[in-house]
Design a protein around this ligand. Structure first.
Ligand SMILES: [Zn+2]
Length: 311
């Protein structure tokens, strides 16, 4: 039985998982991230530990897939640039395959997460899916015909930096009106705090202050407080615009929502589905687009990395 090792490199920890070809987890673990040239060393240590713990030998491994933040040249397995890992032109796949004597594939971590959700999470059974993560920023990835979309030089899909309001709110990328500037958890938090200040009688003040209110606050009070309801409607209308744009361009069978805001579950997906259905090109009859919450959470990256080897 072949085994697949998936590695997800994060800013503080490197996570790993060993999967069977059906996507069953044999074992998983993590190790503290080492920056710069030493990154390959800590991945090597984690890989050896995981193979040992799974009761296998390296020759049973079909290979290792690695998802890594930053600009990745997946063709050559090189990290071109990753500021937070202090890496530039780092041939990670080559280093690992020399150390461990197995094939190694490398891709961007957001793309790996999209592939993981597509193959083993909410996108299982579909050929075309898009993952949109509504976290501190808005990110995601696209899987078409079962294959990860990487773009030129693996630049990926900056879903969060699609403009949904020309000359709108300033975004961290330098443009104005990006999806991220309206639909990240940070944007929702900022909107909530602003609207609370504007309405001193809001029920949200009962349990929150300006500083403790966050992206969950308005959802918590949406059934009893008008201002909270207005904030949720504001958020949903912008989310509808971004999701519908993506759905119209790629026409996936499913759009999966991940990240902190997606923890709202059906409180988010049910109204969003109705709103997107109204705006979807050609309506929902010939090619409906389902909206679901992602199911793998922060494990999507390791699953997707392992799936890189299964392709
Ligand atoms: Zn932007």
């Amino acid at each position: 039985m072949k085994l697949y090792l998936g590695i997800d490199v994060g800013g503080t920890t490197v996570k790993g998982i060993v999967l069977t070809e059906n996507g069953k987890s044999v074992c998983s673990g993590e190790i503290q991230t080492l920056y710069g040239e030493e990154l390959a060393d800590c991945i090597e240590e984690l890989a050896e530990r995981l193979v040992l713990n799974s009761g296998a030998v390296f020759s049973a491994l079909a290979g290792i897939g690695v998802g890594c933040p930053g600009i990745i040249d997946s063709e050559h397995g090189t990290v071109i640039y990753a500021a937070n890992l202090k890496l530039k032109d780092y041939p990670l796949a080559k280093l690992l395959s020399e150390k461990l004597n197995v094939p190694v594939k490398l891709c961007n971590d957001a793309n790996a997460a999209a592939l993981g959700e597509a193959k083993f999470g909410a996108g299982k059974g579909y050929t075309d899916s898009v993952l949109i993560t509504l976290g501190t920023g808005v990110g995601g990835g696209i899987v078409i015909g079962g294959k990860m979309f990487e773009g030129f030089k693996s630049a990926g899909a900056e879903i969060g930096h699609m403009v949904i309001e020309r000359d709108g709110t300033r975004c961290s990328c330098g443009r104005r009106g990006c999806f991220e500037a309206y639909c990240s958890a940070r944007a929702l938090t900022n909107k909530t705090r602003y609207e609370m200040e504007e309405d001193v009688s809001s029920e949200m003040w009962k349990t929150y202050t300006h500083d403790t209110a966050d992206g969950r606050t308005a959802f918590e009070y949406m059934d009893t407080d008008r201002t909270a309801r207005r904030i949720v409607d504001w958020y949903l209308s912008h989310l509808t615009c971004g999701v519908t744009n993506i759905a119209n361009i790629f026409r996936p069978q499913v759009v999966m929502l991940g990240g902190g805001v997606a923890a709202q579950g059906t409180r988010l997906t049910e109204p969003l589905q109705k709103l997107v259905n109204k705006e979807l090109f050609g309506g929902t009859e010939y090619a409906p687009v389902k909206i679901e919450c992602a199911t793998l959470g922060n494990k999507a990256g390791v699953y997707g990395a392992a799936a890189l080897i299964m392709e």
